[in-house]
Design a protein around this ligand. Structure first.
Ligand SMILES: Nc1ncnc2c1ncn2[C@@H]1O[C@H](COP(=O)(O)OP(=O)(O)OP(=O)(O)O)[C@@H](O)[C@H]1O
Ligand SMILES: [Mg+2]
Length: 307
């Protein structure tokens, strides 16, 4: 049995001849917020649909709560709340009535309605028809519907799509409160790193159907540690000279004529520069640079090349 709440093995989905989700090993630890990131068309919704049993996988395994989805589908799904793309509701009815319909259908106590309305801050507007709601309010109603059965796992596909900054902030705060308050595990997808970096503790980055990074948010941000860039005409040889003298160095980009090294103190950098000068590598400039997460994301997804 897996230690993960969601664990997929080699999960693959084809449409026609093409694979749109390619051998994905998703590992979502319990009581965490897992950010599922990827540009448009990366395969996020397709993956989520497979997790929810809405479409079949072409091959691979899905385990949720340590159970195989193909064997215990109903058992698993009763503990999952989800919002995939836009929420489904009756626009002429109020939020309260919409939620009442869900509780009746699922045999849940009606007192849950007030609890979830409160949680998504719709209490004040609970009895107005949904057709008069803003986009953010509708989205919150969708989340209320997903939360009403008190799920162990909440799956939200781009819940903040189309919302303004304050709407985004409200949903962000709501999501962040869930693991602590209810022991819930949340998988939330987005194409925006800026949205995920503030809420997620774990991250999976998918691009063209392939998982290109999976780990803690900390590991991802560690990639943005500041580094020293030394501009010199032959970075490959210069890096070699530094390595020979026991330093860590690499040629960052040959076009930009830069050697990159970890940040060192003043004394060490003067020693490094001395080594370079002694090996006849002129130093044009030394700068300290920090990659932003956005740059790392672009680097990982390879999108910067197409811009
Ligand atoms: N039913 C389908 N038939 C054919 N192709 C499909 C089908 N569903 C999805 N695809 C293709 O699979 C790819 C991944 O789509 P998916 O919706 O999973 O991406 P996404 O990561 O959710 O993107 P977005 O950020 O735009 O929502 C796309 O190229 C899409 O055209
Ligand atoms: Mg999608």
């Amino acid at each position: 049995m897996s230690e993960y709440v969601i664990h997929t093995q080699q999960l693959t989905r084809r449409f026609g001849k093409r694979e749109f989700v390619k051998r994905i090993n998703l590992q979502v630890p319990g009581q965490q917020i897992y950010g599922f990131l990827g540009p448009n068309g990366a395969g996020k919704t397709t993956t989520i649909r497979m997790l929810l049993g809405l479409i079949k996988s072409t091959s691979g395994e899905i385990e949720i709560f340590g159970k195989k989805l193909k064997d215990q589908r109903m058992e698993i799904l009763k503990d999952i709340g989800s919002l995939v793309e836009s929420p489904a509701y009756y626009a002429h009815l109020s939020a309260y009535r919409n939620l009442e319909i869900v509780t009746t259908m699922r045999g849940l106590p009606t007192r849950r309605i007030h609890e979830v309305l409160d949680l998504v801050r719709l209490t004040k507007d609970a009895y107005r028809p949904v057709k008069g709601y803003s986009l953010g309010m509708r989205q919150r109603l969708g989340i209320a519907m997903a939360l009403i059965a008190n799920p162990k796992l909440l799956i939200l596909d781009e819940p903040t799509n189309g919302l303004d900054p304050s709407g985004i902030q409200e949903i962000r705060e709501l999501i962040m409160s869930l693991p602590g308050a209810y022991g819930m595990t949340v998988l939330v997808s987005s194409h925006l790193l800026s949205e995920i970096e503030q809420i997620a503790t774990y991250v999976g980055i998918i691009n063209q159907g392939e998982m290109i990074f999976q780990g803690t948010m900390k590991e991802l941000t560690a990639k943005s540690k500041p580094q020293l860039f030394i501009e010199t005409p032959d970075p490959v040889l210069a890096a070699g000279a530094l390595i020979q003298h026991g330093w860590t160095a690499g040629a960052e980009s040959i076009e930009q004529n830069e050697v990159v090294t970890p940040i060192v103190d003043r004394q060490q950098s003067s020693e490094m520069i001395k080594v370079l000068v002694e090996h006849n590598h002129p130093i044009y400039r030394v700068t300290e640079k920090k990659k932003t997460l956005e740059e790392i994301f672009l680097e990982l997804t390879g999108k910067e090349r197409s811009l």
